[in-house]
Design a protein around this ligand. Structure first.
Ligand code: PMP
Length: 296
């Protein structure tokens, strides 16, 4: 891949509505429904040593996300899997981040979307760690987000929908402008939810605690890490977590396809250490995605 160029100006191939097109030609018109009304859903997945981790689950979630937004992707989960592999191969990528995206087209303008056609594209590129490894080693610093994860009756919270990232982007932007790496988001009730693009875990007395994903994404990485912890005999507790409890946790980390397992040093006024269990699970996750532990 060339020097850091903008994302629309690179060499390579993008899968676009069923065929590979040169990277710079993967364009949509300005009057595309998704652009104006956020009628777009996407995935974020990584390939390790040429294998896309939990590909089938990601493709299934993409389908589900679109269905929640009221549209059907015209390619089956199996076809999307094959297309993802094709993109990896065409770009000669072995370790990569991949972005499948599906959206409503330009047949209709206005809030109504019945007449729009669904489209889909898949891009892939080399992408290192989500957070600066030097900072992540000691644990990244989280701001407390100004925005809260909306209630399930306020937004389609179980869809990985572009529209839900408006508050995530704003929260991350605020965090970065204040010198933090990311932000911890509470939910509509005031309970601890997740970060702007990753789920949150806490360790106390050798147990793992995480919030119930009833108003945010139940991450594929989240579920993988919970399995890895259970495989080590660690008790995993999914429950309501209120901010006043944060003081009592010893360790905190984030999970996500992009973030993988990222240690957290602090969230707002609460400090955490990078402890043994966090390190163990980060290693187990790394071993899993690289095929050294079976769970693909
Ligand atoms: N929450 C949000 C808001 C995210 O964007 C992500 C990344 N997709 C996650 C959680 C983690 O999900 P996954 O582990 O499936 O990548």
């Amino acid at each position: 891949m060339a020097e850091q160029r903008t994302f629309d100006d690179r060499d390579g191939w993008i899968w676009f509505d069923g065929k590979l097109v040169p990277w710079r030609e993967a364009n949509i018109h300005i009057l595309t429904h998704a652009m104006h009304y956020a009628s777009s859903v996407f995935e974020g997945q990584r390939a390790y040593n040429g294998e896309i981790f939990k590909l089938h689950e990601h493709s299934q979630r993409l389908h589900k996300s679109a269905n929640i937004l009221g549209f059907e992707i015209p390619w089956s989960v199996v076809e999307i899997n094959a297309a993802c592999r094709e993109v990896l191969k065409a770009n000669k990528l072995v370790d990569a981040y991949m972005r499948p995206v599906a959206w409503r087209g330009s047949e209709q303008m206005g809030v109504s979307a019945q007449g729009t056609k669904p489209h889909m594209a898949i891009a892939a590129w080399e992408w290192g760690k989500y957070f600066d490894p030097k900072l992540a080693e000691k644990g990244i610093r989280l701001d407390i987000a100004r925005y809260r994860r909306p209630a399930p009756y306020t937004a389609p919270v179980h869809s990985k929908a572009a529209g839900l990232y408006m508050i995530a982007t704003l929260s991350r932007q605020q965090a970065e402008s204040r010198g933090y790496e990311d932000a911890l988001m509470f939910d509509w009730r005031g309970q601890v939810a997740e970060a702007t693009g990753a789920n949150a875990f806490f360790v106390r007395d050798g147990e793992l605690h995480t919030a119930i994903p009833d108003c945010f994404l139940d991450g594929i990485t989240r579920r993988t890490v919970m399995d890895l912890a259970r495989n080590r005999g660690v008790t995993v507790v999914e429950r309501d977590i209120w901010p006043d409890e944060l003081e009592s946790f010893e360790q905190m980390f984030l999970t996500g396809s992009a973030a993988e397992v990222t240690f957290v040093g602090s969230a707002g006024p609460w400090n955490f250490e990078v402890g043994d269990l966090s390190r163990q699970l980060a290693k187990d996750y790394d071993d899993t995605v690289n095929g050294r532990i079976a769970n693909r």
